[in-house]
Ligand binder design. Structure first.
Ligand code: UGA
Length: 454
């Protein structure tokens, strides 16, 4: 099937490459010529496990262009995967979505594509995109596009750090639309994935026992709401674990043990119950705010989602309080931070707890030294003026530090040489913001170990 993908961010690039991998003819479009140039030379524009290998594997089958006419030419399915960054009032900025809709309308000509929105948009936006494509067509062709296209929603559930795996082996695929023919086209498009009929790549092997993937068909608005409800539910799970963590600390319980016992109930499930610094990234915070804003617009309120949001961002203040409680005076102290990305296996710094905590520490007069195995370059580029001393190695973070905070649970931080690192510090204090390190090992090496909820 001929597929066009508009926008080559995390979702667009991964979707385009994976659809090419399972046999479709894909053209990826982006207005950013640097990105297109880089992709044309086989260089991924994001850090993501397996993406380099995937790009090399499908290189002959996928095209990259900054020319919208070329990208849209005879495409049967057009994915919109542009960014929808948050505006100050919590609503997403839909300007790129509008531009994509206008591009499509201008170039619709004599064929019938399914326009699929994969960007996370406020509930009801499918109709809005349809009207933009329609108006743009009318403006450029002087007549209305009778039956020339239909709009569907196909929310994305991939996680950064495991985007290729999540795209090839999803828990489910959701397609929403009010035109049965368009939904059939999408069923055909996704058949290799729903039936798992493709050979699994060596760099992203199929999990053992992984079988057919459920395809959920819904109306347009329901599909859009599924995305927000899913992300918000995961956010609520994390904040719930953190709130129970507050009580666990007071009564002398251990949140890791508590959530293990809770999560093994099949009705609850063990994932997204890890207490710690809470969520960051480009999705949960933005989507929670957007859901709250949408609810307000429709005359109802999302008290649980709002509470999850509040608990989440309070975890960052809590970490600073813990550091302050341990070193007493923050002014003039040196605090090391291990990990800057919002989670491991990504170079993404958006809404990163580490960066917000670093800023709070700097505001209170502390010096901050920080390291990240992958996101360091991005941090140096984007936060050069911020006052953080970026360290080339994890070991350098410990030099003369009064305390070290683990903010991102990169695997390599589990195996540091604690004894030597402790010797390099002014005082052996570790705040484990992800309850990730081996408490006994650290205390054996003379560290004061402070977790969150443990
Ligand atoms: C999230 C969803 O998991 C995806 O399904 C969705 O497609 C995506 O948002 C999106 O809307 O595009 P992502 O933000 O990439 O994916 O990363 P997650 O793995 O969900 O982690 C989000 C944050 O929650 C991270 O900061 C992580 O450290 C934190 N987290 C996760 C916890 O604090 N505790 C947990 O138990 C799990």
């Amino acid at each position: 099937m001929k597929v066009c993908v508009i926008g080559t961010g995390y979702v667009g690039l991964t979707t385009g490459l994976c659809l090419a991998y399972v046999g479709h003819d894909v053209c990826c479009f982006d207005v950013d010529t640097d990105k297109i140039d880089s992709l044309r030379h086989g260089r991924p524009t994001i850090y993501e496990p397996g993406i380099r290998e995937m790009l090399a594997t499908v290189f002959d089958r996928v095209r990259f262009t900054e020319n919208a006419s070329e990208a849209l030419h005879e495409a049967q399915v057009v994915f919109i995967t542009v960014g929808t960054p948050p505006l100050p009032d919590g609503n997403p900025d839909l300007r790129y979505l509008r531009e994509a809709g206008e591009q499509i309308g201008r170039r619709l000509n004599g064929y019938t594509p399914v326009v699929v929105n994969k960007s996370t948009v406020p509930v009801g936006s499918g109709n809005w995109i349809e009207s933009i494509v329609r108006d743009s067509y009318q403006a450029h062709h002087g007549r209305s596009p009778q039956g020339n296209f239909s709009v569907a929603s196909n929310p994305e559930f991939l996680r950064e750090g495991s985007a290729i795996h999540d795209s090839l082996y999803p828990d489910r695929i959701v397609i929403g639309g009010d035109d049965g023919c368009a939904l059939h086209v999408l069923e055909d498009l996704y058949r290799p994935i729903t039936e798992q009929s493709f050979p699994s790549p060596a760099f992203a092997p199929r999990p053992e026992g992984f079988g057919a993937v459920a395809l959920v068909t819904a109306d347009l608005t329901s599909a859009e709401l599924i995305k927000y409800a899913a992300n918000s539910f995961l956010s609520i799970k994390i904040s719930f674990a953190n709130e129970i963590g507050h009580l666990a600390e007071r009564v002398g319980a251990n949140i890791k043990q508590v959530m293990l016992g809770v999560g093994l109930d099949a009705r609850i499930g063990p994932r997204f119950l890890q207490a710690g610094l809470g969520w960051g990234g480009s999705c949960f915070g933005k989507d929670a705010a957007a859901l709250v804003a949408t609810a307000r617009e429709y005359g109802t309120c999302m008290r649980i989602v709002q509470a999850a949001h509040d608990v989440n961002y309070n975890q960052r203040a809590l970490a600073v309080d813990k550091l302050q409680g341990a070193v007493k005076i923050l002014k003039g102290r040196t605090i090391g931070i291990l990990g800057l990305a919002f989670k491991p296996n990504t170079d993404d710094l958006r809404d990163s707890p580490a960066l917000e905590i670093a800023q709070r520490l700097l505001d209170r007069g502390a010096k901050v030294r920080a390291h990240d195995p992958i996101a360091l370059c991005n941090a140096q580029r984007l936060h050069a003026e911020g006052g953080i001393a970026f360290c080339p190695t994890a070991e350098a973070v410990f030099e003369d530090a009064d305390a070290v905070l683990l903010a991102t649970e990169w695997q390599e931080y589990a195996d540091l040489r604690w004894h030597e690192l402790g010797n390099a510090m002014r005082s052996r204090i570790i705040v484990d913001g992800r309850n990730f390190l081996d408490r006994k090992l650290l205390t054996d090496h003379g560290f004061q170990y402070i977790g969150l909820g443990v």
